[in-house]
Design a protein around this ligand. Structure first.
Ligand SMILES: [Fe+2]
Length: 119
């Protein structure tokens, strides 16, 4: 799987969970708790593969695209991902995506388990 497609799918998964949360209604405490726990797990694994694999690879493979600070996930998807795609090319992104998919299976699900949480 393509690295950028993988990251975008993660984003979609989290958006879906947010919608479920909104639709759960004011009294569905247990449901909401479960959804929040899922969001935390998803984002933790996502952040982990981004920080340990995707960002370093993009810094190396698309160095002139990484000078600005990303303000939001939307900016990441709309501005940065297309630039990275142009610079890195399909084959490299495929390779990277496979590496990320594998790493995701073993990624921490607890936010304190990711390197940036303790720095
Ligand atoms: Fe992301």
């Amino acid at each position: 799987m393509d690295a950028i497609v993988l990251l975008k799918e993660d984003h979609k998964t989290v958006e879906k969970l947010f919608k479920q949360f909104e639709q759960a209604g004011p009294d569905a405490h247990r449901t909401k708790q479960k959804i929040v726990a899922q969001v935390v797990e998803e984002l933790t694994a996502h952040t982990y593969i981004e920080e340990t694999i995707f960002y370093p690879a993009a810094r190396a493979g698309a160095p002139d695209t990484t000078g600005h600070i990303l303000e939001s996930v939307e900016e990441e998807e709309k501005d940065w991902f297309p630039q990275v795609r142009r610079s890195m090319g399909r084959n490299r992104l495929q390779e990277l995506g496979e590496e990320m998919a594998e790493a995701k299976g073993e990624a921490p699900r607890d936010p304190l388990g990711i390197p940036s949480a303790s720095s």
